[in-house]
Design a protein around this ligand. Structure first.
Ligand SMILES: [Zn+2]
Ligand SMILES: [Zn+2]
Ligand SMILES: [Zn+2]
Length: 68
């Protein structure tokens, strides 16, 4: 799987993570680490996220879904 953000630029870069919000594959350059001290978001259908977590999000989801 290759980085989605780079793919839009016609550049192929191996992805190292997948955005949990939109499913975009991301390289190290494009992933945004969202560290959440507590799990406040009650994500429907994803009840296993109980511990503090670190998400690897794409830029747009980091802003729209994870901005504090
Ligand atoms: Zn990239
Ligand atoms: Zn995303
Ligand atoms: Zn995030």
């Amino acid at each position: 799987m290759n980085c989605y953000e780079h793919a839009t630029l016609d550049i192929t870069v191996p992805a190292v993570a997948v955005c949990p919000h939109c499913g975009a594959a991301l390289c190290t350059e494009h992933l945004h680490k969202c560290e959440k001290e507590s799990f406040f978001n009650n994500v429907i259908g994803n009840p296993r996220q109980l511990a503090p977590k670190r998400e690897m999000c794409c830029a747009s989801c980091a802003q729209s879904q994870c901005a504090s």
